[in-house]
Design a protein around this ligand. Structure first.
Ligand code: GCO
Length: 457
């Protein structure tokens, strides 16, 4: 038996995002987000499901706060639905929407739970998408105004903020893949670059406003961070892995820390897609000169790059490029279970980017959850997943990484984007027919981890 113990001030939490849990998509003055529109297009989501009701958290947030309290969460990560506050993205705020987040924040604080607020978990107001979305540079300025509004409205009580969730998903899935709105174009790698750049500008502008408006507190960004291992150790697999790593990780970290985009990816795009991405030097300086306080790591699985001789670098469906192997284990998303991946992600940021402050802002697993005894999901597979990954985090902390907290994904089963309700990530089960919540075995286990600040394996 070994004991895994974390530093005293380690922040334990669980996360959600607004579209995935709130529901009330048309209520109380809320405007449409791109996901409201996208999920209603037939064929975009498995079984044509949508987030119209989701976990009905908009009406049940008080009950949900009590659940969080029962679990002993120190921090709760959630996102603000931008068009709930500003139906068209800017202009007059919607008072009912403001009140909802006021009540949620107050309820959390009354129960001793620290709110960690994400400003953008993919709920772009549809009105802004019709105006070019993130391809239009103006969106960055509108975002900064929305961010400032939130700092002024809630910053007296909310001290922990995240600007964006997973810029890579917004840029890549929206403009090359098909899993994010607008998903009306294919293989537009130039748009992918533009969108990521405008998000970086928006992020830096929000950080700048944060420093002006809020004296204390911290602000960061949550990104997908994952190592890309060559599937087998061949020269050509290694070469693909390096490019994939550049597109996935370095493209998002280098501008924030070094004020530049990786040269190898710029030339890769030039060679392969025939465009040269040359952002303004002032933009890059601005991004670098407004550093945030921490990087949030959203990590689930490593990637395996395999040279399949084809042009297409990514086969995101199935979340990997290498073939599944019998000796590897996978979650219900077919994502590989490999705790070394989270360790490598943490240490990589630590070493390559000057020991930044880090949080794990998302980590967790979907499983079928079929073994239910007396109403309680016996999800030993999820417990094992968490044991492995949290132990790997502990190892990184021991080796000096500045990792300050861990946020499990997710507090409860919810709308898993294009997979609808078929994939359950919660440590709390939601029966979507009745909206009944029941803490899973993994939730009980996690509550004990929080209480003891560690566990035995
Ligand atoms: C993401 C999002 C979450 C997902 C989770 C599981 O990483 O895609 O931040 O909203 O639900 O990651 O896929």
């Amino acid at each position: 038996m070994a004991e895994i113990i974390f530093p005293k001030d380690f922040l334990w939490g669980a996360g959600t995002s607004s579209y995935q849990i709130e529901g009330a998509w048309k209520e109380a003055g809320k405007g449409e987000s791109v996901w409201d529109v996208f999920s209603h297009i037939p064929g975009k989501v498995d079984n044509n499901e949508n987030g119209d009701i989701a976990c009905d958290h908009y009406h049940r947030y008080e009950e949900d706060i009590l659940l969080m309290k029962e679990l002993g969460l120190k921090v709760y990560r959630f996102s603000i639905n931008w068009p709930r506050l500003f139906p068209k993205g800017f202009g007059e705020p919607n008072i009912d929407g403001m009140r909802f987040y006021d009540n949620l924040i107050n309820g959390l604080l009354e129960n001793g739970i620290t709110p960690l607020v994400t400003l953008y978990h993919w709920e772009l107001p549809q009105a802004l998408m019709l105006n070019g979305g993130w391809e239009n540079r103006e969106t960055a300025e509108v975002f900064a105004d929305y961010a400032e509004f939130c700092f002024r409205a809630y910053g007296d009580r909310v001290k922990k903020w995240t600007t964006f969730n997973e810029a890579w998903i917004v840029a890549y899935e929206g403009y090359v893949g098909k899993g994010q709105p607008p998903a009306d174009k294919r293989n537009d790698h130039f748009a992918e670059c533009m969108v990521s750049h405008h998000i970086n500008i928006a992020h830096a502008k929000a950080v700048e406003r944060f420093r002006e408006v809020i004296g204390d507190g911290e602000i960061g960004i949550a990104q997908v961070i994952a190592p890309v291992y060559p599937d087998e150790d061949t020269k050509s697999n290694k070469a693909k892995a390096l490019i994939a790593d550049g597109i996935l990780n370095r493209w998002y970290m280098d501008p924030l820390f070094f004020g530049k985009y990786p040269e190898d990816i710029i030339s890769f795009n030039k060679q392969k897609y025939n465009f040269e991405f040359k952002p303004d030097a002032d933009d890059l300086k601005f991004i670098k000169d407004n550093p945030c306080d921490y990087i949030g790591i959203n990590h689930y699985s490593p990637f395996r790059a395999k040279d399949n001789g084809k042009d297409k670098l990514f086969d995101w469906e199935g979340c990997m490029w290498g073939a599944q192997k019998p000796e590897r284990k996978y979650t219900g998303m077919n994502w590989e279970i490999e705790p070394q991946g989270i360790y490598d992600s943490i240490m990589r940021l630590h070493k390559d980017y000057g020991k930044p402050k880090l949080y794990i802002t998302e980590n967790g697993a979907a499983f079928d959850d079929e073994n239910i005894v007396d109403g309680v999901v016996q999800d030993d597979n999820r417990v094992d997943f968490y044991k492995g990954y949290i132990s790997a985090c502990a190892r990184a902390v021991q080796e000096g990484a500045n990792l300050k907290g861990y946020i499990a994904w997710s507090l409860m089963d919810n709308f898993e984007w294009c997979r609808g309700y078929s994939k359950r990530f919660g440590i709390v089960r939601v029966d979507f027919a009745t909206q009944k919540r029941t803490i899973k075995k993994s939730g009980r286990w996690y509550a004990a981890v929080i209480k003891n600040n560690g566990f035995e394996i």
